[in-house]
Ligand binder design. Sequence first.
Ligand code: SAM
Length: 368
Amino acid sequence: MEGTDLALKQSMDTKTHVRVIYRFVMTGREELTHYVYGGLYLVEKFSKEKLREDKHISTFHLRRLSGQPSINIQELVEKKMAEPSNGTFTVDISAGLEKIPISAINSISNEAQATFFYISHIQYLGKYQLDPPSGCDCVGPCSDSQKCACVMKNGGKIPFRKTGGLIEEKPLIYECGPSCKCPPTCRNRVGQHGISFRLQVFKTTSMGLGVRSLDFIPTGRFVCEYIGELLDNEDAQERDNDEYLFLIGNNYYDVSRWDNLQKTIPSLRNGPGEEEENFFAVDALKCGNLARFINHSCTPNLFTQNVLYDHDNKGMPHIMLFVCEDIQPLEPLAYDYNYTIDGVHDSEGNIKKKRCLCGSVERSGWLY
Ligand SMILES: C[S@@+](CC[C@H](N)C(=O)[O-])C[C@H]1O[C@@H](n2cnc3c(N)ncnc32)[C@H](O)[C@@H]1O
């Protein structure tokens, strides 16, 4: 057996008592089964004796994808460690709220899953007035050539490719929404359709829980929204939570970030004006979706994009995560939290510091 080769070619074979958990191929959409060894894969049922007796033993050809750690299969067999002694697996932490199940695996310890309420839509506190969105009158799917009101708001071009990928990051994107006459299949509706790739929460070795993809996800594709309770600055301060609070202002009000874009296409300066700078945050401490588990990286594979579709309040856009670099199966997802060093304080105003453990060479060493 080629020990450095980790993509199992074969799936369930009842005769040999060997079951392959993943096929590590980019197009693989094999059913996820329950045991994963070392956070990667392995056999569901593996009887050493029977394997020896059985003439129909299947041989695996193992092929490792770039970045996957190696596993010594021979050692596992010798130590009778074919089944993990520790670990928990949850088939769907969203309990059916997402279109596809969000599994969670802890192959490091038997620690219980984090306790929070899984929700799949932003919760707006009653005190915030949401302006109803203005929609387009397009008959059929919107296109760049039509005089579509939403296309105009996006600077004259639908921001998504036909394949669904976002063309480029912008201060704000207007998707078509419930006030538009175009159908749900319109190309200008992406993030609102929710998760479409298989994502998994997993226990990391140093950063608590994280999220990885079980599928290959190409650059530009939508991954998920950061969901939680929407709070204004004042309410956010009162919640003692800097772990799961996404400050909307972090990548939005920084006009210098969009300078080049604004010079080339002035109509794209469609972020909030100064008078609208009432900062908002999405708090996912008590309730949220899987995005609350996505860790920070100084070399991220995701970026956050502000999107409006179901209301017109520029100060509280949806925070949608898109891919900025092709994601391979089992690769952890990460975005840049955009903290400023010495910019995080405790309730007494003292500077808080936290080491960054993302491991990127370019890292500053500090998360904040
Ligand atoms: C939004 S949560 C991410 C999920 C978290 N790992 C968990 O177990 O729930 C943010 C927290 O994760 C940890 N974290 C995320 N990225 C990190 C990094 N690059 N280095 C160190 N800690 C990180 C920090 O404790 C941070 O406050």
